[in-house]
Design a protein around this ligand. Structure first.
Ligand SMILES: Nc1ncnc2c1ncn2[C@@H]1O[C@H](COP(=O)(O)OP(=O)(O)O)[C@@H](O)[C@H]1O
Ligand SMILES: [Mg+2]
Length: 340
């Protein structure tokens, strides 16, 4: 869907040339949610503006939905840009228009007739969960609702690609998760390709299948989200991955001393990602009718499954071998820490 080859963008400034985007190669498949993560100034926004033709590259080619955006001019560029929509951090709504009128705006520009606009706006309102708010003014909406309008407006002309530039960065954590769920939902319903720019690893973890890490205009690391999370190579990537570890799990390793006075067996489960989306623990409890106690864990969920490790304790070890076999079949690796 998107192929960038050798793309660079150099800005001339009073202090000399600034290479905002430096020889970037990216491939985004149709229906993928692709994340680009980096700190402020890394060149993310410049890269996304190259994707929708708002900037021309200094060198390289940018193919989006079969069109060379870098070469297109005039009407051809206008048509190509209808296929690439954008959602912004600060929503960019028209304040003197209602919710419905904001969503209708790109349809009016595209010359769609009135009754079709009405119909499409109603569909979009439903899709983003804004029923009943059609006639509200942007100023009367919460941040999350404003971004729902931004998303509906971006989808109005059935784009092939949705670009999100820090779309959740102005929102609180709960609202961020709700908007990310909406993006996931839209991606699955419409098989829409989404390129998402962020400085938060949480956003990447929750919705992206692939991620590129950007630093000083370059992509320093790229791959499936699960691989990047489990084996971050570059120091900057390791820092981003630690953002998540610090958020929801204790970082210290399991300490056997914690369970010194407790009898029974202890089993370590290692989730490699990919397969571990099923509720394995609940399965084991049901299947073997055992009481399992979770002692310590470090599990991260991504769209491609969970990875991490979990330490469980059981008093009744009579079925330990069977449980181990069952887990291994489910591609959860195990290690018996203590056999009672
Ligand atoms: N129009 C411009 N003219 C000159 N420099 C720019 C322009 N746009 C961006 N830059 C510079 O390019 C670099 C990357 O900026 P940007 O793409 O906005 O990064 P990010 O979105 O990752 O914060 C920065 O050093 C920024 O100052
Ligand atoms: Mg930016």
């Amino acid at each position: 869907m998107i192929v960038l080859s050798g793309v660079s963008k150099i800005f001339a400034s009073r202090h000399g040339a600034i290479t905002a985007v430096d020889n970037i190669n990216i491939n985004v498949n149709k229906g993928q949610i692709y994340g680009i993560i980096g700190y402020s100034g890394a060149g993310k926004s410049t890269l996304i503006r190259l994707l929708n033709g708002l900037e021309k590259p200094t060198s390289g080619s940018i193919i989006v939905a079969g069109q060379d955006i870098a070469q297109a001019r005039g009407e051809q560029l206008r048509q190509a840009r209808l296929k690439v929509s954008m959602v912004f951090q600060h929503f960019n709504l028209l304040w003197s228009r209602t919710v419905a009128e904001n969503i209708a705006f790109p349809l009016q520009i595209a010359g769609v007739n009135k009754s079709q606009i009405q119909q499409r706006v109603n569909e979009l309102i439903k899709l983003v969960g804004l029923e009943g708010r059609e006639n509200a003014w942007p100023a009367q909406l919460s941040g999350g609702q404003k971004q729902r309008v931004g998303i509906a407006r971006a989808l109005a002309n059935n784009p092939d690609v949705l670009l999100c530039d820090e779309a959740t960065s102005a929102l609180d954590p709960q609202t961020t998760d709700a908007i990310l769920d909406l993006l996931l939902d839209i991606n699955r319903q419409l098989n829409l390709t989404i390129v998402l720019i962020t400085h938060e690893m949480h956003v990447v973890r929750k919705v992206c299948q692939r991620v590129a890490v950007m630093e000083n205009g370059r992509i320093v690391e790229e791959g499936p989200v699960l691989d990047i999370f489990t084996h971050p190579k570059q120091p900057i990537t390791q820092t981003f991955v630690r953002q998540i570890a610090g958020q929801n799990t204790p970082r210290e390793p399991f300490n056997p001393l914690w369970v010194q006075g407790i009898g029974g067996s202890i089993l370590k489960l290692i989730f490699p990602g990919g397969e571990a989306r099923q509720p394995v623990i609940a399965d084991v409890i049901q299947h073997f009718n055992v009481a399992l106690n979770i002692l310590h864990g470090n599990i991260t969920q991504t769209v491609d499954g969970a990875f991490g490790e979990l330490y469980v304790h059981m008093d009744d070890a009579s079925q330990l071998e069977n449980i181990v076999q069952y887990l291994n079949q489910k591609r959860v690796e195990t290690e018996v820490i203590r056999h009672a």
